[in-house]
Design a protein around this ligand. Structure first.
Ligand code: NAP
Ligand code: G4F
Length: 326
């Protein structure tokens, strides 16, 4: 029988990769989309005729219930969020409403409309924040450092609570940073590759960045959506850390990008620009994915250098073809 899935956040980076994966696996895919004044389906344009888009918003309970009624999903992937950490300081209550309370709204809609649906919650390594141990795993205590991180901690625990209170098959993925050519332009990796490609083609001259010393465990989004799917194929619901196990600084990301582009960092990059530094920083993230490897059989495929290379290649191709952003 054809499986049915509902993805919130289908227009985002991960939503588009996950929709592709589920379509390849024969699923009927539904995607929740919110009303915007201009259409923003760039990341799903190539599969738009294969997915059903249903209107709804994470701040609107009725629309979530209606989406579940329409989709009657076997699996629900909650990827929708105000996902940019920087914006969470300027819009803290919106971030709480969408990224935290939105999870409760969706869980409650699942509980009432389709309680046998399996549920995935997009948790984040930002929950570890000021890290209590290195590397971080499923039992590492949370210490979020931004309104976004705090909202994700709420999302994590309400998912655990609905699993334990109502017996929902609900899983938390604790995903470390994952990137790719479809990454939003405001995130540091995409900002670096996009601006470097523009400098290379003579369309820009300078790259302005904030803190170059923070370290992240960066993987490839295409690898990480496979882990989301695997979590919902198990016999029991559980929570899993998904990462690569190695960490690199923002400066190292710049160095490899500029090396690949044949550009001089000293000539083009300005670090510690106060416009891009944060009120509180997460200095070091590096995860331990041994549980996911053992239980799900999951391993990342693309490594750090491979990730920078594939992002840079796609930036240059898109700019040379005069293609618009994903
Ligand atoms: P993204 O590209 O920013 O996509 C976010 C999605 O959420 C978009 O489709 C957006 O719709 C939708 N959305 C935002 N507010 C909404 C609302 N009020 N109602 C309905 N939809 C709404 O994020 P991503 O990188 O794909 O990440 C997916 C999820 O994983 C997010 O929950 C993020 O916090 C989490 N996560 C990401 C990473 C990472 O490194 N990428 C790591 C850990 C966790 P529009 O297109 O209309 O804006
Ligand atoms: O790319 P970022 O904005 O990602 P951040 O804050 O780590 O959050 C991302 O990963 C989380 C998983 O851990 C997700 F949950 C979240 O949704 C998002 O996808 O910043 C990475 C680092 C930070 O330390 C930041 O201070 O890069 C530093 N940075 C330095 N200069 C910059 C810049 N970040 C941005 N966005 N822009 C800069 O110019």
């Amino acid at each position: 029988m054809t499986k049915r899935a509902l993805i919130t956040g289908i227009t985002g980076q991960d939503g588009s990769h996950l929709a592709e994966l589920l379509l390849e696996n024969g699923y009927k895919v539904y995607g929740l989309v919110r009303r915007t004044s201009t259409v923003n389906f760039g990341r799903i344009a190539h599969i738009q005729d294969q997915v059903e888009l249903v209107p709804g918003d994470m701040t609107d309970q009725t629309s979530l219930q209606e989406a579940l009624q329409v989709a009657q999903p076997d699996e629900v992937y909650n990827l929708a969020a105000q996902s940019f950490v920087g914006t969470s300081w300027t819009q803290p209550t919106l971030t709480g409403n969408v990224t935290a309370l939105g999870v409760t709204r969706l869980l409650d809609a699942v509980r009432h409309v389709k309680p046998d649906a399996r549920f995935y919650q997009a948790g984040s390594s930002e929950m570890f924040g000021k890290v209590r141990e290195v590397p971080q795993c499923e039992t590492t205590p949370f210490y979020p450092r931004s309104p976004y991180g705090v909202a994700k901690v709420y999302g994590h625990w309400i998912t655990v609570n609905y699993r334990e209170s109502y017996g929902l098959f609900a899983c938390n993925g604790i995903l470390f940073n994952h990137e790719g050519p479809r990454r939003g332009i405001e995130f540091v990796t995409r900002k670096i590759t996009h601006t470097a490609a523009r400098i290379k083609l003579g369309l820009a001259d300078k790259l302005y960045l904030g803190n170059p010393d923070s370290k992240r465990d960066w993987g490839y989004a295409g690898d990480y959506v496979r882990a989301m799917w695997l979590m919902l194929q198990q016999d029991h619901p559980d929570d899993y850390v998904i990462c690569t196990g190695s960490t690199h600084s923002v400066r190292e990301f710049v160095e490899i990008t500029f090396e690949l582009a044949g550009l001089d960092i000293g000539q083009h990059v300005v670090f510690n620009d106060p416009r891009y530094t944060r009120p509180a920083e997460v200095d070091l993230l590096v995860g331990d994915y041994s549980k996911a490897a053992r239980v799900l059989g999951w391993h990342p495929v693309v490594d750090f250098r491979g990730l920078v290379g594939l992002m840079m290649e796609e930036e240059l191709r898109a700019l040379q073809d005069n293609r618009r952003d994903w």
